[in-house]
Design a protein around this ligand. Structure first.
Ligand code: ADP
Ligand code: 5GP
Length: 222
C-alpha cells in the first residue's frame, strides 16, 4: 500500500492504515463506525459494491454501490476489487481505486467487511491492516438489537441469527476482539486501538528524518 502523508503536529509521513471492523450482524459495527467517522477526520469509509437489493433508507453511493450481478462480474473480471466475497447469498466487494486514492490523500480507511474480506485484505496488505472484531454481550442481546433496529423482516432476522455462530467462529482471525456492551465505551476502546496503531514505529516512515535531526543537535553538529 502507498505510503501516505498524514497531518500531525510534526508533519511526519506515515503509512496509511486499513482499519477493518467486523461483527455478527446486529452487534453494533455500523454504530461504532459512525462514531469513529464523526470523531476522526483522518479516517474515511470504504464504500463496498453489492448485488443485494437496497434497503429502505439506504443511499446508493453512500451505503453501498448497488450493482447487478452482470456489473459485479465485470468488475471482478477487470480486477476492480481489492477483495470480494459471497455473503448471505449476495456478492460484496471493496473497490480498489477509492482505497488507493484515500491512502494517497493521507487518510486511513475504515472497512465494514466480513471475516472473508478481513482475511483477503490481510493477505494482500499484511502489516497495513488492523482487524477488529466486535462481539455482542449475549445472543439474547444480539437478537434484541436486530429487532430494535427495525430494518429487517422476521425472516431476515432469523437468517442473521442463524449465521451469527458461523461469524463468531472467526473471532481468532482478528488482531483485537471487543464486547460491545456500552456503545460509548466500545467506541472509545476502538478509538484507542486506532490511535495506538497509528503510532507504531513501523508505520511512521517519516520519523527517521526527525530522529536524525534530534541526533545531530544532541551531538552538537548543528
Ligand atoms: P451492525 O452494523 O453490526 O449490524 P448496528 O450498528 O446496526 O449493528 O446495531 C444494531 C442495533 O443495535 C442498532 O439499532 C443500534 O442502535 C443498536 N446498538 C448498537 N450498539 C449498541 C449498544 N452498545 N447497546 C445497545 N444498543 C446498541
Ligand atoms: P449487509 O447486507 O447487512 O449490509 O452486510 C452483510 C455483511 O457483508 C456484513 O457482515 C458486512 O460486513 C459484509 N460486507 C459488506 N461489504 C463487504 C465487502 O466489500 N466485502 C466483504 N467481504 N464483506 C462485506
Amino acid at each position: 500500500m502507498a505510503a501516505t502523508d498524514q497531518n500531525d503536529p510534526h508533519g511526519f509521513k506515515r503509512r496509511g492504515l486499513l482499519f477493518v471492523l467486523s461483527s455478527p450482524s446486529g452487534a453494533g459495527k455500523s454504530t461504532i463506525s459512525r462514531m469513529l467517522l464523526e470523531a476522526d477526520a483522518g479516517l474515511q469509509m470504504s464504500v463496498s459494491a453489492t448485488t443485494r437489493p437496497m434497503r429502505p433508507g439506504e443511499v446508493d453511493g453512500r451505503d453501498y454501490h448497488f450493482v447487478d450481478l452482470e456489473r459485479f462480474r465485470a468488475m471482478t473480471a477487470n480486477h476492480e476489487f481489492l477483495e470480494w466475497a459471497h455473503v448471505f447469498g449476495n456478492r460484496y466487494g471493496t473497490p480498489r481505486a477509492p482505497v488507493d486514492r484515500m491512502l494517497e490523500a493521507g487518510r486511513d480507511v475504515l472497512f465494514d467487511i466480513d471475516w472473508q474480506g478481513a482475511q483477503q485484505l490481510h493477505q494482500i496488505a499484511g502489516g497495513d491492516v488492523v482487524r477488529v472484531f466486535i462481539l455482542p454481550p449475549s445472543i439474547a442481546e444480539l437478537e434484541r438489537r436486530l429487532r430494535a433496529r427495525g430494518t429487517d423482516s422476521e425472516d431476515v432476522i432469523v437468517g442473521r441469527m442463524s449465521r451469527a455462530a458461523n461469524e463468531i467462529a472467526h473471532w481468532d482471525g482478528y488482531d483485537y476482539v471487543l464486547v460491545n456492551d456500552d456503545a460509548q465505551v466500545c467506541f472509545e476502546k476502538v478509538r484507542t486501538i486506532l490511535e495506538a496503531e497509528r503510532l507504531k514505529r513501523s508505520r511512521q516512515t517519516g520519523l527517521i528524518g526527525f530522529i536524525r535531526g534530534l541526533q545531530k543537535r544532541a551531538e552538537g553538529e548543528v
